[in-house]
Design a protein around this ligand. Sequence first.
Ligand code: MG
Length: 446
Amino acid sequence: MPLMMSVSGVRGIIGESMTPALAADLGAAFGSHLGGGRVIIGRDSRPSGDMVLSSLIGGLLSTGCSVVDLGVVTTPGTAMMIAELGGVGGIVITASHNPIQWNGIKFLTREGYAPPPDVAEQIFARHRNKDVRLVDVDRIGRLTRDDSTVQRHVARVLKTVDVEAIRRRKIKVVLDSVNGAGGAEGRKLLEDLGCTVVHVNGEPTGRFAHTPEPTAENLTGLCDDVRKHAADIGFAQDPDADRLAIVDNTGRYIGEEYTIVLAAKQVLSKTPGPAAVNLSTSRMIDDLAAKSGTIVHRTAVGEAHVARTIRDKKCVIGGEGNGGIIDPRVGLVRDSLVGMALTLNLLADDPRPLNTIVDELPRYTMVKLKYEMERPKVDAWLVATRKMAANIGAKLNDADGIRLDWPEGWVHVRPSNTEPIARVISEAKDAPTANALAQRVADLRS
Ligand code: MG
């Protein structure tokens, strides 16, 4: 399996493409790009974390950067600590929801999110061209350790919710941390909110108890645990704890698309303002925003695009339909702790059980299709889709592929950034309409 390099970082397989030499070289390339200063590094719980970390540190120190090692912490925790500790940038060592064989290196800017594509390319170009600047012994960097991420991250999240109201509700929660990095931060947050916590897979061993992507088929154990313990809610984090999936009080997996909807419902009820989500995220949030008299900005797919729009358009909440919630009061990175706190605040404000609250949300059906296809063919398909939009008067957004909106639903067709595939996603009030919309665009392939 080759190394994967993209805007969102570098991922490879341990023993094959993710080697100590590579990590050291990338550390030196990133350090040369920064030109010195403090770099904040966190890692998820994978057994290969120490190997990748040690190598990265060597590369960074050789260029005159100093390094603060945060230990095993979440991706949002690392991002937040850059500003807390006066860093000029950061790195997360994680392969997110990929299996244990993988690990990855994700660069973060001073503001705590992925660098824009042109900056990421500058860093990779330095690596390719060996354009690194090693310093002499007088300017070599130093390594220190900081153990305050859990406490500082939780403190920041607690400031965004009504802690007393949540404590009064005495909520029983099952938290599944999948043996990733989210256990310590997640557990402290829930305990500080007065919840009774049943913590499963809480040890950060990196030996994931189930396939780590927080999707329905991987969380049947959590659904069973919620029923068994008669809990009010179940939460599932992915290994680096930037994504959150929710199980309701009946043990029903409610779907990652609902995580952003529940968080937005809570934030918009207190502080109405614009929201930002990517073009493939459900229309449910548009309905909520309309009710609050505000708007939703649609961005290209990818966390950094959403983060920059939140910052530039002064949004109060944002995220992606894969369970990624971004609250700018905490940071410009997807954060499972933010999602948990906001959802619990929603329960504290509404005496009804979660399944009742979820059932009254607007309901749509999504259809997702995937085609193996080389880029020129995808481009021809996009031209045809654009032509059709003009003929039938659909609203068009071409920030990332093409999205067409009709009153009854929408379709989004886009090429993948990392693989030779194209995706079609559609959404409508019912399955036949959603299927028909997706098929209508799919039929335009040459
Ligand atoms: Mg993740």
